[in-house]
Design a protein around this ligand. Structure first.
Ligand code: 6PG
Length: 475
């Protein structure tokens, strides 16, 4: 076997899957994990199950051994937990590497950390890429979506390998350089924010079916499976159908009925919301999804609330909502959510001078990642036509919104009037109603600000910025 040029550090679930993917679809590689038993276990497991791939792996039991196993110039993929562990690996690795050896952070890093690491790498004169990888274990093994950031010439050094291991959409690799510094990890964070929102809207619809219409999990799962043949076709709708129809082998009950309703989160959705606040970008559907996860985790509070105030959900009157109306509401909600995600990307692109390639972002999400869906191809087309415009104004999506807004309104109004919480779907509707209201109510906010703080306001009938109301006179 020729000496590998690529190495991978961190043999957790994602690291193992990515290593096998590289071995199978690109080239031989060296692997290393801080705990040697993990490396031994990975190699033994691969020898037993995929012996041809085991031949293409060079395990190392020390960082020094790992580095010397690699032909120069090296490329080292770091796949460890985001945060301090990445800094520790880089600090240990750098003294062992040459100046032109490339380090690639492929974890779910906060893009601020990636910006910081990229700046350090640039000033110290060594190559670094921060890259978001989406698709879970299955994606990492058989084709993830890859969003890269850092100097373009460093990306170009490994782009053939990254394209080879990535998912393909009709033959086009889903591996794209997004911009300098933390651009790739930022795009990945927005992906995850949209992931949270898509999941939440599906969960809300599940809640309407379950609590409003009294449907069982299997029936709901079959509806999701049916929707997966239409405009909502997506990985998340598909797996929601599978989750809902699965049976718990222990109890024989629907699996979904046994799963505790307390959602976890590693933080990327929250980062997206925090960053949107810094940038002044409106992403209420994603915010609502993060709120709903936070609320879900407060189980004792919710139990007490139900004891004190009574359960909120009430059965809907027969025929109040149909499957078609709910499907339409989801279509409208989904378009709003993606429009907001792309607006946030646009705001960040300007703020950080990234020049994010908007149509390419939509393209790289078409396959391999968790939010892959047929609608993303239409979004790529719309963003190719008008990269800086809000997605809902593209003719294709404008027509869909005109068609499905009544369904979203009917769904939200019906659900809320029966105590069924739909934070993400209602955030989508509120956002839509706000942005199609040319004369908003912020004149009242401006009047209030001027009254208590003399902050000044603009007038509708004159130019200039610093007008004041007659409040002083009135006391
Ligand atoms: C992906 C996912 C992945 C994410 C997990 C868990 O694109 O493959 O977004 O990166 O980390 O899905 O995320 P939460 O724990 O925050 O739900």
């Amino acid at each position: 076997m020729t000496q590998p040029r690529i190495g991978l550090i961190g043999l957790g679930t994602m690291g193992r899957a990515l290593a096998l993917n590289i071995a199978e679809n690109a080239e031989p590689l060296a692997v290393y994990n801080r705990t040697t038993e993990k490396t031994d276990d990975f190699i033994a497991h691969t020898k037993a199950n995929e012996p041809a791939l085991a031949e293409r792996l060079t395990p190392a039991d020390s960082l020094e051994g790992f580095v010397s196993a690699l032909a120069t110039p090296r490329a080292v993929i770091v796949m460890v937990d985001a945060g301090d562990p990445v800094d520790k690996v880089i600090a240990a690795l750098r003294p062992l590497l040459n100046d032109d050896d490339l380090i690639i952070d492929a974890g779910n890093a906060n893009f601020h950390d990636t910006n910081r690491r990229a700046a350090a790498a640039e000033s110290e004169g060594w190559p670094f890429i921060g890259m978001g990888v989406s698709g879970g274990e299955e994606g990492a093994r058989h084709g993830p979506s890859i969003m890269g950031g850092g100097p373009k010439d460093h990306w170009d050094r490994v782009s053939n390998v990254l394209e080879a291991i990535s998912a393909k959409y009709e033959g086009t690799p889903c591996a794209t350089w997004m911009g300098k510094g933390g651009a790739g990890h930022f795009v990945k964070a927005v992906h995850n924010g949209i992931e949270y929102a898509d999941m939440q809207m599906i969960a809300e619809t599940y809640g309407i079916f379950r609590d409003g219409m009294g449907r069982d999990a299997v029936t709901i799962g079959k509806t999701f499976a049916k929707w997966n043949d239409g405009l909502l076709q997506s990985y998340l709708i598909e797996i929601s159908g599978k989750v809902a129809t699965a049976t718990d082998p222990d109890s024989g009950k629907p699996m979904l009925d046994i799963i505790l309703d307390r959602a976890g989160q590693k933080g990327t959705g929250r980062w997206t919301v925090i960053e949107a606040q810094h940038l002044g970008a409106a992403i209420p559907v994603i915010e609502a999804a993060v709120f709903a996860r936070n609320a879900s985790s407060r189980l004792p509070l919710r139990k007490r609330g139900e004891e004190v105030f009574g359960a909120a959900p009430m059965a809907l009157p027969e025929g109040a909502l149909s499957d078609e109306v709910l499907e339409g509401a989801m279509i409208a909600g989904k378009i709003m959510c993606y429009a907001q995600g792309f607006e946030l990307l646009g705001a960040a692109s300007v703020q950080f001078d990234w020049g994010l390639p908007m149509p390419e972002v939509a393209r790289v999400w078409r396959e391999g990642c968790i939010i892959r869906s047929s609608m993303l191809n239409d979004m790529a087309d719309a963003l190719t036509e008008a990269p800086d415009d809000t997605l809902i104004f593209a003719p294709f999506f404008r027509d869909l919104i005109v068609q499905h807004i009544p369904a979203l309104r009917q769904t939200v109004a019906t659900a809320l009037s029966h105590g069924l919480p739909v934070p993400a779907l209602s955030a989508a509707l509120n956002w839509f109603d706000m942005i199609r209201t040319a004369r908003s109510t912020a004149n009242m906010i401006q009047g209030q600000r001027d009254f208590f703080g003399a902050h000044g306001f603009e007038r509708t009938d004159r130019d200039g910025k610093d007008y004041h109301g007659p409040w002083a006179m009135n006391g």
